[in-house]
Ligand binder design. Sequence first.
Ligand SMILES: [Zn+2]
Length: 324
Amino acid sequence: MNPITSKWPYNKGLQDLGNGCYAYLQPDGSWGWSNAGLVVDSGQSMLVDTLFDLKLTREMLATMRRAEPAATSKIATLVNTHSNGDHCFGNELVEGAEIIASKGCDEEMREDGGAKRLADMKRNASAMGETGAYFARIFAPFDFEGINMPMPTTTFTGNLERKVGNKTVRLIEVGPAHTRGDILAYVPADRVIFTGDILFINGHPIIWAGPIGNWIKACQLMLDLDVENVVPGHGPITDKKGVAAMKGYFEYIQAQTRKRYDAGMSISEAANDISLADYSSWGDAERIVINVASLYREFSGGKMTANIVDLFGLMAQIDKDRRH
Ligand SMILES: [Zn+2]
């Protein structure tokens, strides 16, 4: 498959989609380089996600304030699409905002060690051999020290509608899929959708939670909506082509992994054996390890679980093999 092409440039910073919808993009979309969204109408604004650290989020907010000074002088609503730090570690900088997330996302945020866990792991990386070196490399650009992330103030299940000025934003829960509580933010009037990490464009997605069937359903839901511009959690702005590609990837790895699970292969064997040739233009191919492990857990009814440090070790190995 060729890389998904976009009619929008993929440059760092704010992309004006028109009529008060903006995407904030961070190429190259690899580990931690996430996108965010801004919806503005009649002097009000909603921010969809913050970034992985305070410096990056500060820079993003300054850019938004230059583009829309009146509407963003006070951002009333912040939506977190899911609990991964690259979408919420900057929350504290959106002072006084209502923070909306799904109930599943809120639970996961409270259970997760947050930025402190990543800061500790980064500090201890040198004692963790190859896995630590891999971890240190992918998270080197980010600063996890001194982050105090405020938790959601409003949680929901299913759907929630919010007005931004006169504009309606529909929040649609589609998780558990990428994480326990993924939501989409859809602006019907502008035919724009912010997908969080339900979409990775030109990069391999990562199934932390599953079931994969929910993720495939989420792709179908987006394909059935009236949308023109699709802002993924990582990668360039896309349209339904990008959604269809993601759906195709999940159907492919689900079938490929099932065959190897039924044949009794280990997670590592299956991850190494599945051909990703059709996806050679996508980054972060080592994520196949996490995806296979999540599918094994699902296929075994939760019996086959793998330790996250071991999985990072396997990813480090595959990443190294690919680089040399
Ligand atoms: Zn992300």
